[in-house]
Design a protein around this ligand. Structure first.
Ligand SMILES: Cc1cc2nc3c(=O)[nH]c(=O)nc-3n(C[C@H](O)[C@H](O)[C@H](O)COP(=O)(O)O)c2cc1C
Length: 216
């Protein structure tokens, strides 16, 4: 089983989501023998935001690409291959300004490729990255999950569920620490809730595990 571990927090050792993703990966590996881990740190290795040069993968096959477009295409291709190769993707996703860090959005913009992660049919879009499990380590300064107003304000968990669902991934598990900026007691409660989420998310089988076991 291949696990892709992605961090996107810019807070280095002070990051709550980085601690949670490290713990998720450790517990997943302990519970699922034979897991191999690939790591992507988007705080230091994020692709650039989309531009005329990096949109090459959306141009028609056979288009005459500049050297810059070719090298940007190679970056997108490596990222989409890394994503498609993974059975399980663990994503550290802090809430920044009601959404995800722009580094994580830049990664999504590179892997959202027609014909690779989704396609359009006469019946609408179809996800092509099916059978994967995603575990999101969601960290938030405030509390959003317990009220309709809060749920409407956050575009982090809700967005990630939409985008991974669009890619065909239905098994999206959330490990949540929210309220971490609301004082020591709230932070302790948040971290303790997250521990329970880690145990639940990492003790289940991967979405494709039964199929893989049968195939083996
Ligand atoms: C740039 C920035 C923007 C933030 N925006 C929000 C926000 O909109 N809502 C919120 O509740 N917390 C916000 N926070 C607090 C973070 O969600 C919180 O510190 C969380 O722990 C970040 O995850 P990390 O520690 O892994 O970076 C923000 C923090 C930073 C650094």
């Amino acid at each position: 089983m291949k696990l892709l571990h992605i961090d996107s927090s810019v807070l280095a050792d002070n990051s709550v989501s980085r601690k949670l993703t490290a713990q998720i990966v450790a517990e997943w590996s302990a519970n699922h023998a034979g897991t191999t881990v690939d790591y992507l740190d988007l705080a230091t290795q994020a692709p650039s935001h989309l531009s005329a040069d990096s949109l090459g993968f959306r141009l028609p096959a056979g288009a005459d690409l500049s050297d810059v477009q070719k090298s940007e295409n190679a970056i997108s291709e490596a990222l989409v291959q890394q994503f498609l190769a993974a059975d399980v993707i663990v994503v550290g996703a802090p809430l920044y300004n009601f959404s995800i860090p722009s580094q994580l959005k830049a990664w999504i913009d590179r892997v959202a490729q027609v014909g690779r992660t989704f396609k359009y049919t006469d019946k609408g879009p179809v996800g092509l990255a099916t059978g994967k499990t995603v575990i999101v380590a969601s960290t938030r300064g405030g509390i959003y999950s317990t009220s309709e107003g809060g749920q409407a304000m956050e575009h982090q968990e809700s967005y990630l569920k939409v985008v991974f669902g669009f890619f065909g991934i239905t098994d999206v598990r959330i490990v949540r620490a929210e309220g971490v900026s609301m004082g020591d007691a709230a932070k302790a409660t948040a971290l303790s809730a997250a521990q329970a989420d880690v145990a639940a998310a990492t003790s289940q089988k991967a979405a494709n595990q039964d199929v893989a076991t049968i195939a083996a």
